[in-house]
Design a protein around this ligand. Structure first.
Ligand code: LLP
Length: 425
C-alpha cells in the first residue's frame, strides 16, 4: 500500500503523490525527478514496528536503500535507527538527527579510519564480519581507549533474495563469519576487555519473498545463541538484518511484516535478547517514484518501438543491474489510448540502458510523463553521473506540500569538481 494514486482530471486519470499532482512537481522541478511520499514511509515504518509491539525492537533502517536526509529524518522522528555501511552513511544518519545509540555499523570492509570514526561517534553496535576485522577493532579500541559495543555477523549458510547479486547469506558469499568459526570468535571477542560484546547478527539477502529461508537462518541463529549461552557467554542482542521483499508488480505478495513478525516470535521469541532489524526496501521502495518525460518515440521498420525517456540507467540502475521489473505508468492516463508494445529505454550509450523490453502500455507521445513505481529504494542511492548526466533532484511530499530535498546540480558545479593536472594547465 502506498500513497501514489490516480485521481480523475480533465485529461484523464492523473497520478498523484498524496495530495500533490506528479505533473505539478515535474513542471516545478523538471524531469527526471524522484518523488517520495512521507505518508508511505510512515505507514511502512509503523507497520513493521507495530508488528512486533509491545516488544521493544531496534529498527535500524538501512540507509543504503535511500539516504536522503529528509527521508532519514522522517523515519528517525518516528523512532527509527540507522543501519549504515560506511562513514558517509554514518554521517548522513547523524546529520539527519539519528542518535548514535540507534546507529548500527555493518559492512565487510570497514577501514581503520571508518572504525575510528564509529568509535568516536559511539555507535550502538559495530557488526564485525571477519576475524581480521575483529583483531583490528580490538587494537584500535585499545589505542583510542574506547570500548565499542559489537555484534558478530554470522553467515548462516542460507542464501536468499530476488537475484544472485543480492544474496548474502550463502557460505560462498563474502559476508560474515562462518558458523564453524562463530563460537571461537565470539568467545575471543567476549574475552577482550576492549569490547562490549552485545550479540550476533545476520542478513541473508534482499527482496526475499518467501519466509522459508529466513526461518531456516533464524533457527540456525537461535541454536547458535543457545550454544553460546551454554558456554556461559552473554548474548543480549540478536540482529536479524533486513531483506523482506516488496511487491514490484502483479506477483504473489511477499509476506507482510505481521506474518514475518509472527515467524520471528515463533523462532526466537522466547530468547532473552533484544531484537534488532535492518529493513531498507520494505520501508522505502513503494514510497518513491521516478518521474520521467518521453523524449521521443522511435518506431523502427519491422514494428519495434523504442520509448526514449529522459531518465536512464544512471538514474535508476536496478533494471540494468538485476533485470529488475518496475511498473511504468503514464502520469496522465488518456482515456481510450490504444495499447502499444514498447522497449522503454534511456539516452545512455549502452544497450543495457533498457528499462523494459516488449512492455505493453497505453500509447505515449513526446512530452508525456511516466512514473517508475516502487523506485524509492536503491534508486537515487545507486545513481551515478555516467554519461556526465547530473544526479537528478529528489522531492519529498507531505500531504499537499512538497519540497525539493536535493536539487539538481548545475553543470558548472559538476565541472568545478575536476582540476587539471598542473602540466596540462
Ligand atoms: N542489512 C544489511 C547488512 C544489508 O546488506 C542490507 C542490504 C540490508 C540490511 C537491507 O536490506 P533490504 O531490507 O533493503 O532488503 N541494490 C539492490 C539491493 C542490495 C541490498 C544490499 N544489502 C537492489 O536494488 O535490489
Amino acid at each position: 500500500m502506498n500513497h501514489f494514486e490516480d485521481r480523475a482530471g480533465p485529461a484523464g486519470a492523473e497520478l498523484w503523490c498524496e495530495d500533490v499532482r506528479l505533473s505539478d512537481i515535474a513542471e516545478a522541478v523538471g524531469t527526471p525527478v524522484y518523488v517520495y511520499s512521507s505518508a508511505t514511509l510512515e505507514r511502512h515504518y509503523r507497520a513493521f514496528h507495530d508488528a512486533f509491539a509491545p516488544r521493544d525492537v531496534l529498527i535500524a533502517y538501512a540507509v543504503k536503500a535511500n539516504g536522503s536526509l529528509s527521508v532519514l529524518r522522517t523515519l528517525i522522528q518516528l523512532g527509527a535507527g540507522a543501519d549504515t555501511v560506511s562513514e558517509g552513511e554514518i554521517r548522513r544518519a547523524l546529520a539527519a538527527g539519528a542518535p548514535p545509540e540507534r546507529i548500527v555499523f555493518s559492512g565487510v570492509g570497514k577501514t581503520d579510519a571508518e572504525l575510528a570514526f564509529a568509535l568516536d561517534v559511539g555507535v550502538a553496535e559495530i557488526n564485525v564480519e571477519s576475524e581480521p576485522e575483529l583483531e583490528r577493532l580490538i587494537a584500535l579500541a585499545a589505542t583510542k581507549g574506547k570500548r565499542p559495543t559489537v555484534a558478530l555477523r554470522i553467515n548462516p549458510n542460507v542464501g536468499a533474495g530476488g537475484h544472485a547479486k543480492i544474496t548474502t547469506g550463502d557460505e560462498g558469499n563474502k559476508f560474515g563469519v562462518s558458523l564453524g568459526e562463530a563460537e571461537r570468535l565470539y568467545a575471543r571477542a567476549s574475552a577482550a576487555p576492549e569490547l562490549d560484546v552485545a550479540g550476533v547478527a545476520c542478513h541473508i539477502g534482499s527482496q526475499i519473498s518467501d519466509l522459508t529461508p529466513m526461518e531456516a537462518a533464524f533457527t540456525t541463529m537461535r541454536h547458535l545463541v543457545e550454544r553460546l549461552h551454554a558456554q556461559g557467554l552473554k548474548v543480549r542482542r540478536l540482529d536479524l538484518g533486513g531483506g523482506l521483499g516488496v511487491p514490484y508488480f502483479d506477483q504473489p505478495e511477499p509476506p507482510s511484516p505481521r506474518v514475518y513478525a509472527e515467524m520471528v516470535e515463533r523462532v526466537v521469541g522466547d530468547l532473552d535478547v533484544q531484537l534488532a532489524f535492518e529493513p531498507g526496501r520494505l520501508i522505502a521502495a513503494n514510497a518513491g517514484a521516478l518521474v520521467s518525460q518521453v523524449i521521443q518515440v522511435h518506431a523502427r521498420p519491422g514494428g519495434r518501438r523504442f520509448l526514449v525517456l529522459d531518465a536512464a540507467m544512471n538514474d535508476l540502475l536496478r533494471p540494468a543491474m538485476y533485470d529488475a521489473f518496475h511498473a511504468i505508468r503514464p502520469v496522465v492516463s488518456k482515456p481510450d489510448a490504444p495499447r502499444v508494445v514498447y522497449d522503454v529505454v534511456g539516452p545512455v550509450c549502452e544497450t543495457g540502458d533498457t528499462f523494459a523490453r516488449g512492455r505493453e502500455m497505453a500509447e505515449l507521445a513526446a512530452g508525456d510523463l511516466v512514473a517508475f513505481m516502487s523506485a524509492g529504494a536503491y534508486g537515487a542511492s545507486m545513481a551515478s553521473e555516467y554519461n556526465a548526466r547530473p544526479l537528478i533532484p529528489e522531492v519529498l511530499v507531505k500531504g499537499d506540500r512538497f519540497a525539493v530535498t536535493r536539487r539538481r546540480p548545475t553543470y558548472e558545479e559538476m565541472l568545478a569538481r575536476d582540476t587539471f593536472a598542473p602540466w596540462l594547465e
